[in-house]
Structures are given as C-alpha cells and as structure tokens.
Write a protein that binds this ligand. Structure first.
Ligand code: ADP
Ligand code: MG
Length: 703
C-alpha cells in the first residue's frame, strides 16, 4: 500500500508515495494540502472508456475509444512537422497526428500491431483525425484490458497531469476503504435519514469511479451519490452564511445622508446620468443613510457606466466628512480610475490620491499620513490599500471594482482597515459579470443587488463577425486599413494548449508574423509569462498609442479603457466561454468611433459551437448572454463548474440543483445545534479556497 501508517484526514499529502516537495507545492495550487482535500477534489466530468467505438461509427467532436491495426506511419514536413499514423478496423480508417513527438515514439509504432486510442476525432477531408490522442500499443494479437468504470477528469494545474492526480486520489480512497480515515462523515444520521442522503464513504467512492451503468443517472443528475455531495456542499454554504450574518449583526456604519456636494458633483459632469444610473444611485444612497453597513453588489455590463455611479456616492461620503476608498485589481485600472475621479473631483477641491505598489517609500509615507488624518478624501489603489502600514481614519465607504478578481480574504482585509470600535465601512462591490438569478436568490441573499440594465444612450453597438480562420489574409488587410484610419487593434490568441509556456510561444509567433506583414505598425505582445511590471509597460504603451496592434493572450480581459481601439480579433473563439468573449469584446467600442469584433474559428465547427458563436454575434446584452450560456451547458456536460465570479462550487450547480434549496434550508435549520468544530470542518472541506488555506498556513508559520 502506498502510504505510511497513522494517516488521518488532516495528514499532509507528503506522506503519499510519489509526493515530494515539488508535487506538494503544485497540489497546493489546486487547494490540496491534506489527504482529505484529495478526497474532495472532485471530477468536473467523466470520460467513457468502457466501450470501444468502431471507426466507421465515429462522430465529429465526440470523445471515443477506438482499437485497430497500425497500417502506416509517416513524418511529414509540409507546414508544421508532424507524425501521422493510420489505424484501421474492419469498418474504416482513422488517422492519429502528433506535432510533438520523439524518435522512440515513431519507432514504437510497428506496422500490423494493435493500437488503442482515446480522444476527440475531427473531420479532415473524408477521414477522422485524432490530434495528440492518448494511446496504447499492444502486440499483433493481445487484447487490451477492459475498463469497467467511467474515467474521472479532474481540475488540473501546470505540472500535475490527470494520471498523477488520479493515482493520488486512488491512494486516498484506499486509505478510506481500509478505514484509516475516521470521522469523515460529518452529517448526523438523523439528517441523512430524513433527507435520504447516501453515506459519505460510498458517495466519494462512486463519484471518483462510477460504474458504467451510472452514466445516464449522472447525466440526469439523479445519481444519489452526486446528490449527497451537492447537498452537503449547499448545506455548508448555508451554514457559513448563517454564521456570517450572525457575526456581522454587531457591526454598525456611519450614517451618510444626502449632501449638496453630490449635487455639485452631478452638476459639473459633461453628461447627465441615465435613468438606470439614477435608480441605482438612489438604491445605494438609501443604504448609506442607515447605520446597518451596506453590503451591495452593483452589476452592470461592460461600458454601462459603473464608475460614475461610484463617483456620485463618493461625493456623498466626502460631503459628510468621511473618506472613500476604491480598489481595482491592476495598477493600470487603478491609474485610470484615479485619472477619471481626479477630473471630476479636482474642480470641487476634493483630494483624490493614488496608492499602488509602484510608489517609492517616501511617496507611500505621504499617503499613509493623509489617510490617517481627519480630512475627507478619495483614495484609489490596488492591493496596496490593505497593506499593513496603511491605517485609515474615518473610512466610510469601500468600493471594489471587478470584485471577482479579488479573493474573499482580500476584501475582508480591506474591510478590516475601516474598523474602529463597532464601526466599519459601507461596502459596494462592482462587477461586469452578471450573477445568475438563481444564485442571487439563494446563496447571496445577504448581498443586496443593484443592476445597470442599459448602456448610456448613443453608444454604438460593436459589430461582430464570425469568420473561418482560413480567411486570415483578408483580416490582415483589414487591420492595415483600420490602422491607417488612425485606430488601434487588439489581436487575442487564447491558447488551446494548457501550458503558459506554449501559450506564450503561440502568441509570440503570431506577433512576429503580424509585424512581418504589417511592417509599418508597431506590434506589442502581452502574455501571462510577463512580470507585472512588464505587463504594465506594454499596456501603458498601448494606452498611449505607442503600440498600434496589441497581440495578447486573455490577460487583457479586465476593464482597461483604450477609446481609440476599434477592432478586436479573437482567435479560437469557439474555445472561449460566452461571458469571456463578451468581456473581451467590451475592450472596443469605448470611444465614439464604429467598432468591430472578429471571431475567428477553426473548421469544422460543432453544432453547439456554431450556436454559441451565433449568440455572441447577434446580441450585445451581457445578461442575456450569461443566461443563454447557462442554458447551453447541457446537463452532464459539467458536474460542477465555476458559475460566477463570486463563488466556486466543487459539485453543486445552482441552476441545475435549485430544487434542492428548500430541503437544504430545512436541513440547515435542523442543524443549528451542530457542534462548532463540525461546522468548521464542513466549511474547511467545501469552502476554504486555496488562497485562503495558504494564507492561514502562512500565518501559522509566522506564529
Ligand atoms: P463600466 O461600467 O464598464 O466600468 P465605465 O464606467 O468605464 O463603464 O463607463 C464607460 C464610458 O461611458 C465612460 O467613458 C463614461 O464616461 C461613459 N458614461 C458613463 N455614464 C454615462 C452617461 N450617463 N452618459 C454618457 N456617457 C456615460
Ligand atoms: Mg469599469
């Protein structure tokens, strides 16, 4: 057995065979610290390798296991070097293709031998082709061993592949089977009986390796073991929120009634607020006028004008003699907000300060001094706002832009800064990622929500075109025209490949090609492998038009405003989520010029992919897109998946599982008397995100 004795759920993964410090670190990135964490690292979906498909019966885009004899192999040099291998059974022939391969690999493919291959076939001319499939070579006669259970697919991180994580989870399940892991069941028998919940040990075993016959139950989400786990997760969520509410009820906030300063603020704007913005402002003002701390989310599509709403309520806060802080996830965004707010507030003789990691220590000290004074002011910044040395006096309001980019504990850290006695600041979270209604109604019932439904008048809609990748030449010519017309262009190339290194290489080769064919243009490149400073420098050059064409991976997603950018080209669009495409598209059309978005796809396109791109093409309404996105993800396609910026479930899905909510609420009230340590274990099991854990680990280390 691959374990040492005396294991329990809390034991470090280091005790498992095959886990050294390097693997340990990588696992931590997935939030896995202990054996218990491994058990609750749940699959996102399954592959079915229990049956082979005949080659003649393959379907485009549908994963399949095939077996056949190796008929030929070849290394071709035309275009990109690749190794191909033809495989046939009595019903047809398919091709395997590898772009990365070794000599040994080529030699191991012996003609006439059996080969088993698992992957997603794509149609190429009249044949099916598997690109980089998994495969096994047999001999000329032997049969491949049969697989009896569905194969789980786990969330991964760089350097940890499926086989590794599956092996470790199996080892953890073995410990469980040998009952080395006591006390894994946290729900009392009475609850399990009243709500017909399977026991946790069986549930975990089945979820990690379901029998083939469970396929349709999983797809319809009626597998009891799946229900049990989702139930426990939702229940934990509820218990956590109840606890939070109790903890928070003792806090008060400064009362902030309406002031003249706000009227002055609105008076000097170059535009008047839309009806939508006025409605939202008055919802927020209503909260501010009470001593119960506001906890409100402002959701509004990209470009809907959230910043001016933030400005207006800052004016109310300042008018009452308090400070307001606005936190943004990147330096560039913080700088942009600072610039915008300064133009609005300087004429009113209100200080707007900027605090980011880039300031030198003298500059920082000067700011620390001002924020620790009684003077009302507005402070804009990044994570630097909640660093240790920053001490606030009379901080009445915290606004967090692009809130989903911050961890819960970061928002909490900033809130902590505002505390004195039993007072803390009012909080406004802003996001362009709309929250599905079901989520808003249940889990986030303690968060009030304001919505900007419509864009300001006169905004031109970004025209979106869906175009096959084969017509790149035409697009390159179009880029030339746009450039000569005085505009800037984004070229986004998200990677299909999982690693940041490959992603960077792909982006770099595109940038090289584009600057070769468009020599008159200045082409910039931004990707996830750059340091924060490097990213900042590139973005800043683009904002200031020193770069005309910016080639980027998806790192540009967050709210940067470059009004002269009027064209965005997005490659491999069929691989991106709808909301993500919508966010990317929102990078253009921010000025008064006509703007265009070109979505490039690679043929062949599956039906569902076609439908998805059509949604993006035909509508600019982020809310509609979010709802259609949820609908299109058919049942069984995902077990649990990131569903909104606010919260990640491991297995529950509020759209699919909303019918469980009444029972979950029932169970939660029956469990009010659950011992505190058990509650904590549940919360730790389901809700502690990786960064939270690493944070608490770090503080343990320094203690
Ligand atoms: P987002 O909600 O994406 O953060 P912004 O606050 O950046 O949007 O606003 C987008 C643009 O719309 C800005 O240039 C802003 O000045 C402008 N804007 C906001 N409100 C109005 C309005 N009522 N009328 C005209 N333009 C507006
Ligand atoms: Mg914004």
């Amino acid at each position: 057995m691959p374990y040492k004795p005396n294991f329990n759920l809390d034991s470090s993964v280091l005790g498992l065979t095959g886990v050294g410090p390097t693997t340990e670190r990588k696992l931590q990135q997935l939030g896995i610290y202990s054996i218990g964490d491994l058990l609750f690292h749940l699959p996102v979906r399954y592959q079915n390798r229990t049956q082979t498909t005949r080659i003649g019966q393959l379907q485009e885009g549908r994963e399949a296991l095939i077996e056949g004899l190796i008929e030929s192999k070849n290394i071709s040099f035309g275009g990109r070097r690749s190794l191909t291998c033809r495989l046939s059974d009595t019903s047809g022939t398919a091709q395997l293709r590898f772009f990365h391969f070794s000599k040994q690999q080529f030699e191991a493919l012996k003609l006439g031998y059996k080969l088993q291959c698992f992957g997603t076939p794509r149609k190429r001319k009249n044949n099916f082709e598997f690109i980089h499939p998994e495969y096994k070579i047999g001999t000329a006669f032997s049969a491949f061993p049969k697989v009896e259970t569905l194969t789980p697919v786990y969330p991964l991180t760089e350097g940890i592949h499926q086989r590794k994580i599956s092996g470790l989870i199996s080892a953890a399940l073995n410990l469980l089977a040998n009952s080395k892991l006591e006390s894994i069941e946290l729900l009392p028998t009475s609850i399990r009986e009243s709500f017909k919940l399977t026991n946790i040990v069986d549930s975990l075993r089945v979820i990690h390796s379901p029998p083939r016959k469970a396929t349709s139950d999983i797809d319809q989400f009626i597998l009891p073991h799946l229900r049990r786990l989702a139930f426990e997760e939702l229940l934990t969520q509820k218990i956590y929120l109840n606890q939070e509410r109790k903890n928070n009820s003792c806090w008060h906030a400064y009362r902030i009634p309406n002031t003249k300063l706000k009227e002055d603020f609105l008076g000097q704007l170059k535009f008047s607020l839309t009806t939508d913005q006025l409605k939202v402002v008055s919802e927020i003002e209503h909260d501010l006028d009470h001593v119960t701390p506001m906890n409100r989310l402002l959701q509004g599509d990209v470009g809907s004008g959230k910043t001016v709403v933030a400005g207006s309520i800052c004016a109310s806060v300042i008018g009452n003699g308090y400070k307001a802080a606005l936190m943004a996830p990147t330096e560039l965004l913080a700088e942009q907000h600072h610039k915008t707010l300064s133009t609005w507030f300087n004429p009113l003789k209100i200080d707007t300060l900027l605090l980011t990691g880039k300031l030198n220590s003298t500059e920082k000290k000067a700011i620390y001094k001002k924020i620790n004074s009684d003077r009302p002011l507005i402070l804009v910044g990044t994570h630097a706002l909640f660093q240790k040395q920053a001490k606030f006096k009379r901080l009445g309001l915290i606004i967090i832009d692009e809130q989903h980019r911050f961890g819960v504990e970061q928002r909490e850290a900033l809130l902590n800064k505002s505390r004195s006695g039993n007072l803390h600041a009012h909080q406004l979270l802003m996001t362009a990622t709309p929250i599905p209604r079901t989520l808003a109604m249940t889990a986030y019932s303690q968060l009030d929500i304001s919505t900007l439904r419509h864009l300001p008048k006169g905004r031109k809609r970004v025209a979106t075109h869906v175009i096959a990748d084969t017509r790149r030449d035409k697009i390159v010519r179009r880029i030339g025209d746009v450039f000569r017309g005085g505009s800037q262009i984004y070229w986004v190339c998200p990677l299909i490949e999982k690693s940041k290194k490959l992603e960077k290489e792909a982006a770099k080769s595109i940038a090289d090609k584009l600057s070769e064919v468009l020599p008159e243009m200045n082409v910039g490149l931004i990707h996830g492998k750059l340091s924060e400073q490097e990213k900042y420098d590139v973005m800043e050059s683009f904002v200031n038009s020193r770069i005309n064409l910016l080639v980027a991976t998806t790192v540009i997603e967050v709210g940067v405003d470059v009004p002269d950018a009027t064209l965005i080209v997005i490659e491999n669009a069929e691989h991106l989520g709808l909301s993500q495409l919508h966010q990317l598209r929102g990078r253009v059309g921010r000025g008064d010029k006509e703007a265009n978005c070109i979505l490039l796809y690679q043929n062949p396109l599956s039906e569902i992919a076609k439908e998805r791109l059509e949604i993006i093409r035909s509508t600019n309404d982020g809310f509609k897109i979010a709802e259609l996105d949820l609908k299109l993800r058919g049942p069984g396609e995902f077990l649990g998946k990131r569903q909104s910026g606010i919260i990640q479930f491991k297995i529950a899905n509020l759209t699919r599982d909303s019918h469980l909510i009444p029972e979950v609420n029932d169970a939660a009230s029956q469990l009010r008397g659950l011992p505190e340590p058990t509650k904590e274990l549940l919360i730790n099991r389901w809700m502690m995100m990786s960064h939270l854990k690493s944070l608490s680990q770090k503080s343990n280390e320094t203690d």
